[in-house]
Design a protein around this ligand. Structure first.
Ligand SMILES: [Zn+2]
Length: 1073
């Protein structure tokens, strides 16, 4: 499920795209990393993925001018060069440029008639990307750019359905389809590996932005923005609307409130001081006329920047866009009318801002503090930009970076806020602080931040620290690994970071020259350049604010009653006629929302045919060697075409010997392994060693169900067969693989596990994280809760909290449970062979040792005990988790398939159909929730419904309960109209065929092998997807109707639970905060 995203601006690295703009330049790896805990985040979601800077790379001051040995393939260069300067009569060429850093051949055009700028980037990437961006600085917090972003995708001149966006979601092979609102711009982006699909998507988006239905039909603004709702005269008036509700969710999150206040405090005078997403209190001030006017003013081609990247035809790009652009005349006032003014540094002395945040009744009285600087009020040079990026990493990049470490170890708070530098807008902000701060420590946080910076400015950074940070950033930039996030989009966001301010889009992507210049400076004067920068940009810069958020147990209440009062007064002041009009409008809107698009309108949306789909499953190379080099260890290798000289390796170690009681300690155990140092290295030295030699090392646990030996594939098992591993993973250039393996070995054997202080620090932080996630993404809590009641694996995942080295490394058995998995290209494997053999020999354990139980034929040692505990503890009840929030997260689910039953691939099609059809329409469009979706796990047979930022509770459960009837009706409809079925199949295949980075390809092949899934089974499943029939929908509907042992789990406010109980929906309540 995709969400139209709204980006908060000071979020720094807490939102996916904050780093993405610079993503083309740095930290691209982590951006696309899926947040595995968030159930709703699908592989292409743009929301909420956490940006973590991986630590790492090579060289000291003396050697730092040597180039990193990541190799870019250059074979296709001559072909791509032909795409430079392709002409078209409708366009002037402004410039051509080659960005060698990314193998990108770029031509910048200006459309003669309309004045639109178009950047055409040719690369060898088949994941083609298109985007159109408008500069849309708002002047108030009514959320007009955000509401417009949602609204333009609700039908247009050529594409006449209510919601073409969702139709594209349903039936396209898109690898990215979304739109996002920044504080000063709005981007619309599509990507696909299929050329026909790509053109379909572009046409729909281009028509949508220039000719939306929303500017002539006020119902769209009402639905997506806000409207008054009233069903009967006796009832109270309420506000409804998708963005209204989305932003209520955002404003319920203390972290978002903190960021908002920080932003507001730093930018009192320019557009960044208002909220482009919309403040729920202000949103109802936006009239339809103002909304339509905003479109007229900013959505002119002359104020747009159009972007293409990939291996598609350049002439065709120009042709398609000319069709839309030539409808417009010149508009010389457009561009100057949207210029973003600099916020000048106007503060003589730092400012303090105090604001309340909503806290639960039982929550401790802790405060949140964030210190913020406005970094620049003039343009930074490329060298300054790269320098400050590295400075940010030195201060905040890893847990051993000086500022982060000092704050965490101070004991003044539980977790870091801010997280450092944010540079994707016109002006950079540096923010850092702590949350979970006791009232008496509030003043000390700011002092500690400033004192630490003073100390660093005085003493400088060590050579090791600088080398590690330099190499970390450089590895990231050169690897350019965006995961399943389209590379083209990464390039677009990178170029847009300058282009949107009328600077060169291609210069924005280049980093070789400034990097070399910085290296030369460091070689000459060491860390002085960073010390000077701390002084200039931070210490001697008085445009600084400290935002303190204090807990208020009455705030939520007050906001609710203020809104109620406002609406009650409004109702009083209205005549009965006025009210009847609102009732009529409510009915009309609901009617429109509930009506099906007529077939002729649906037919306007271009779509693919089933014949356009690939029939075969994509397989990735894998070679398994048991007892490799007589080590007793299994070696798994994936040799790909090119991995740019990088080896990606994982060492999996069996943890089944750990007693079940200790399993909850595993996550803590894995963090301790990374963060307390190992052997002769303290935590700082270890982190630097990792930084200097590798592209990052991490430790995690993996517990995954496997197919039982001899059992038929695709059949729901008892849940007794699974493997449990601790995994150390890393990446390095092939010449550094021996170093990386030696770090693996060091961490595995000698991590310091006895640091009490570190353990307490980590526990505090993880508690704090848990709390934010319950409040900010309650749906994943709800989902985990439901799954844990039915499934053994789910239960462990939820239990996981902490610790057990001796058991894991038991000499006699540990090697039998070890698997070394490596992904690389031919040259990599040739080069690393000796290092691999040496590593296998050196690892702990006895090469002639005993065998572990065969987890593919025998139940896992934990299975029996888990089942017993589940029957005792995880009772199947409807639970409610009470937190301070203005919205709900409603989950309900049960067992759809029994143990022993075979699951068909058609379930993937039906799940997609339900999620983008019935649930989208009823939970989101009609219900006003930000999201409504469902999940089905073919491995365990459990099905769950979930909603996200939902204004309803009881009503949403009614929607879930009626899903089977709707599905049944759809099945009947499909017999007559097979196109709807084809759309659903195409969409399901689109979800299965994402674009993967090399390491992801290796990981997919590894997982397939680990669970013992055969290629035949995968092909069978895919065939079932492709051959889905209406009768499969009927079967699914019947199962859904007979869903076994259903139960609900809901995260919401006390008031909402009380209302639900009046509607006959009662829950066993738990106060979690
Ligand atoms: Zn939104």
């Amino acid at each position: 499920m995709l969400f139209l995203a709204y980006l908060s601006s000071t979020a720094g690295r807490t939102t996916a795209f904050a780093g993405m703009a610079k993503g083309a330049l740095r930290t691209s790896t982590s951006v696309a990393r899926r947040s595995s805990s968030a159930a709703f985040v699908n592989k292409r979601s743009s929301c909420a993925s956490q940006l973590l800077l991986p630590s790492f790379t090579a060289g000291r001051f003396s050697s730092s001018s040597s180039t990193c040995s990541i190799a870019r393939p250059s074979a296709v260069a001559t072909e791509l060069e032909k795409n430079l300067g392709v002409t078209h009569p409708a366009y002037d060429i402004i410039s051509t440029d080659i960005v060698n850093e990314f193998g990108a051949y770029c031509t910048l055009y200006r459309h003669k008639k309309s004045g639109a700028e178009l950047l055409s980037v040719s690369t060898d990437d088949d994941n083609k990307c298109f985007g159109i961006t408008f500069r849309t600085p708002p002047s108030d917090s009514t959320g007009v750019p955000h509401i417009l972003e949602h609204s333009v995708l609700c039908g247009s001149r050529k594409y006449k359905t209510k919601d073409p966006f969702v139709q594209l979601l349903q039936g396209s092979l898109q690898t990215f389809l979304n739109a996002f609102t920044y504080p000063d711009r709005t981007c619309y982006v599509v990507a696909s590996q299929n050329t026909k699909d790509f053109y379909n998507l572009i046409n729909v988006y281009a028509d949508a932005v220039f000719h939306p239905r929303a500017i002539s039909d006020p119902m769209v603004h009402a639905q997506e923005g806000w409207h008054l709702e009233l069903e009967e005269l006796s009832q109270p008036l309420t506000y409804k609307g998708v963005v209204y509700n989305e932003m209520k969710g955002v404003y319920s999150s203390p972290d978002s409130l903190l960021q908002r206040e920080a932003q507001h405090s730093i930018f009192p005078d320019n557009t960044y001081g208002v909220d482009s997403g919309g403040d729920p209190v202000e949103i109802p001030n936006l009239s339809f006329e103002q909304f339509a006017e905003f479109h007229k003013k900013f959505y002119h081609p002359a104020n747009s920047r159009i972007f293409f990247a990939g291996d598609d035809d350049v002439a065709k790009r120009l042709e398609i866009m000319d069709e839309y652009l030539s409808d417009f005349e010149e508009s010389p006032e457009s561009k100057p009318g949207s210029v973003v003014e600099y916020q000048k540094k106007t503060y003589d002395a730092p400012k303090l801002v105090r604001k309340p945040y909503p806290a639960g009744a039982d929550q401790p009285e802790t405060h949140m503090i964030m210190v913020n600087w406005l970094v620049n009020d003039r343009e930074l040079t490329p060298v300054e930009e790269i320098t400050i990026t590295i400075l940010d990493h030195l201060l905040m990049g890893t847990s051993s970076s000086i500022l982060r470490k000092t704050l965490m170890e101070s004991g003044l708070g539980d977790a870091i806020t801010g997280g450092g530098l944010m540079t994707e807008l016109l002006q950079g902000v540096f923010s850092v602080g702590l949350k979970g701060v006791k009232p008496e420590n509030v003043g000390k946080v700011e002092e500690l931040v400033v004192e630490t910076l003073k100390k660093v400015a005085e003493e400088g950074f060590s050579e090791d620290a600088v080398a590690a940070s330099m190499n970390t950033i450089e590895f990231d930039m050169r690897e350019f690994n965006t995961g399943s996030f389209p590379k083209g989009l990464s390039l677009m966001l990178g170029s847009m970071s300058k282009w949107i301010y009328d600077k060169s889009p291609t210069e924005a992507l280049k980093f070789e020259e400034p990097l070399a210049e910085l290296k030369a400076t460091i070689a000459e004067s060491g860390s002085k350049v960073f010390q000077d920068m701390i002084r200039d940009f931070l210490l001697e810069n008085s445009h600084r604010t400290t935002v303190e958020m204090y807990p208020s147990k009455t705030l939520e209440e007050e906001q609710l009653s203020a809104e109620k009062e406002k609406l009650a007064k409004m109702k009083e002041s209205m005549s009965e006629d006025d009210l009847k009009q609102i009732i009529d409008k409510t009915v009309e809107l609901k009617k429109i929302q509930a009506s099906e698009d007529p077939p002729e309108a649906r037919a306007t949306i271009p779509s693919l045919e089933l014949e356009d789909l690939k029939r075969e499953v994509t397989e990735y190379p894998i070679e398994v060697t048991e007892n490799a080099a007589n080590s007793g260890i299994t070696l798994v290798q994936h040799e790909l075409g090119s991995t740019s000289g990088i080896a990606y390796a994982s060492l999996a170690v069996d943890v089944s010997g750990i007693p079940l009681e200790d399993v909850p300690l595993l996550p803590l155990f894995t963090r301790i392994m990374m963060e307390t140092g190992a052997g002769e290295y303290d935590s700082v030295a270890l982190s630097r060693r990792i930084g200097m030699h590798t592209g990052g090392v991490s430790v995690s646990t993996m517990i995954t169900g496997v197919n039982k030996e001899g059992a038929p594939e695709g059949v729901i098992g008892e849940g007794e067969h699974f493997v449990s591993k601790l995994t150390i993973s890393g990446k390095a250039t092939s010449d550094k693989v021996d170093e990386m393996f030696s770090i693996f070995d060091l961490i595995l054997r000698d991590a310091k596990l006895d640091s009490k202080a570190k353990i307490i620090e980590l526990l505090k932080e993880s508690k704090s994280r848990k709390e934010s996630s319950v409040q900010g993404s309650g749906h994943s809590t709800a989902n985990a809760r439901i799954r844990s009641r039915y499934n053994v694996i789910g239960y462990i995942n939820e239990m996981i909290l902490e610790n057990m080295r001796n058991t894991i490394l038991a000499k006699s058995t540990c090697r039998d449970g070890m698997i070394l998995d490596i992904t690389g290209d031919k040259a990599v494997f040739e080069k690393i062979q000796p290092a691999v053999e040496e590593f296998l020999e050196k690892l702990p354990g006895d090469s002639q040792g005993e065998k572990l139980p065969n987890f593919y034929s025998e139940p896992h040692p934990w299975a029996k005990q888990i089942k017993e505990e589940m029957s005792k503890k995880a009772l199947i009840v409807d639970e409610g988790f009470v937190v301070p929030t203005q919205v709900s997260y409603v989950g309900k689910g049960g067992r759809l398939y029994d143990i022993g039953e075979e699951v068909s691939g058609s379930t993937a099609v039906i799940q997609k159909f339900l999620g983008t059809g019935y649930l989208w329409d009823n939970v989101r469009v009609i219900g006003g929730a930000y999201g409504g979706f469902c999940q089905f796990q073919p491995r365990d047979g459990i099905f769950t419904f979930l909603s996200y930022r939902d204004p309803n509770l009881a009503g949403t459960i009614d929607v879930y309960d009626a899903a089977s009837d709707s599905l049944m009706a759809s099945a009947v409809e499909m017999e007559k109209n097979p196109e709807a079925l084809a759309t659903a199949i195409i969409g399901a295949i689109g979800d299965m065929d994402g674009a993967l980075s090399p390491d992801q390809k290796g990981a997919v092949a590894f997982r397939r092998w680990l669970v013992r899934e055969t290629p035949e089974q995968r092909q069978k499943y895919r065939d079932q997807v492709l051959n889905t029939k209406p009768s499969d929908f009927r079967d699914f509907a019947q199962r859904l109707r007979a869903l076994k042992d259903t139960s609900a789990a809901v995260v919401s406010s006390k008031a909402a639970f009380e209302d639900a109980s009046k509607a006959g929906k009662t829950f066993t309540l738990k106060e979690v905060m």
